[in-house]
Design a protein around this ligand. Structure first.
Ligand SMILES: [Mg+2]
Length: 228
């Protein structure tokens, strides 16, 4: 098949892109403060303050995404906490429709997530979506968070893909910025990563209001190629 007719690789973030970020918000911002207060015998306010301090120190680092790190830091098993509320893990609206449509049209789909290996495995088991993806990678196994260009350099060495045609969809602007620096051509953000959160109407990147809107974007690009 001539190179220009190859389907572009579609790389998805997981939490906040394919999966509803409301779950992570519930675990880390609501349940963990309660458990931390219980474990350490402090008030909920003190617990929130302590956790906020930790969050500020580690945001956008590999530690931030590591359940092992947080378990040691807060003195309770954060992976067990996630399992306890596993019934709350949910796909974002339109996720299955989008993955079915991409699969039917033979688009290679990947997951590139900052979730650590244990968190990734847990969520994939809950949602049963692993079979849609040709490559599933955690930044923990790469050794750099997606916010670092080194993540993309290492991913590309391990799993080469065409930067000029690839799509990367992620709800975090800092992550999209590093993907842009690395040279991924088509970068898209998410309007509402959490079903209980705000709707984003401004971004440096095109915004997906509904996941299934991606199909129209792709069809448009494929049409442009045919007449190029
Ligand atoms: Mg995300």
């Amino acid at each position: 098949m001539p190179n220009n007719l190859k389907k572009p690789t579609i790389i998805f973030d997981m939490d906040g892109t394919l999966l509803d970020l409301a779950y992570d918000d519930f675990i880390w911002n609501h349940q963990l403060p309660i458990r931390y207060a219980e474990t350490h015998g402090c008030t909920l306010e003190q617990s929130n303050q302590a956790l906020f301090q930790f969050y500020q120190e580690h945001n956008h680092t590999l530690n931030w995404y590591s359940t092992r790190f947080w378990s040691a830091k807060v003195g309770l098993d954060t992976l067990a906490l996630q399992h306890e509320f596993k019934h709350k893990v949910a796909l974002r609206s339109g996720c299955m429709e989008l993955l079915d449509a991409l699969k039917a049209q033979d688009y290679p789909c990947w997951i590139a997530t900052n979730a650590d290996c244990a968190g990734l495995q847990f969520k994939l088991e809950q949602m049963q979506i692993a079979h849609y993806f040709d490559v599933i990678i955690s930044s923990e196994s790469i050794g750099y968070a997606k916010e670092s260009i080194e993540f993309w350099q290492n991913l590309h060495t391990l799993h080469p893909f065409c930067l000029d045609s690839a799509y990367f969809i992620d709800d975090t602007e800092k992550v999209l910025n590093s993907a842009k620096k690395f040279g991924i051509a088509n970068l898209i953000t998410i309007a509402q990563p959490s079903s209980k959160g705000k709707i984003r109407d401004e971004s440096a990147y095109p915004i997906l209001n509904h996941l299934t809107d991606l199909m129209q974007m792709l069809e448009h690009t494929e049409d442009m190629k045919k007449y190029a």
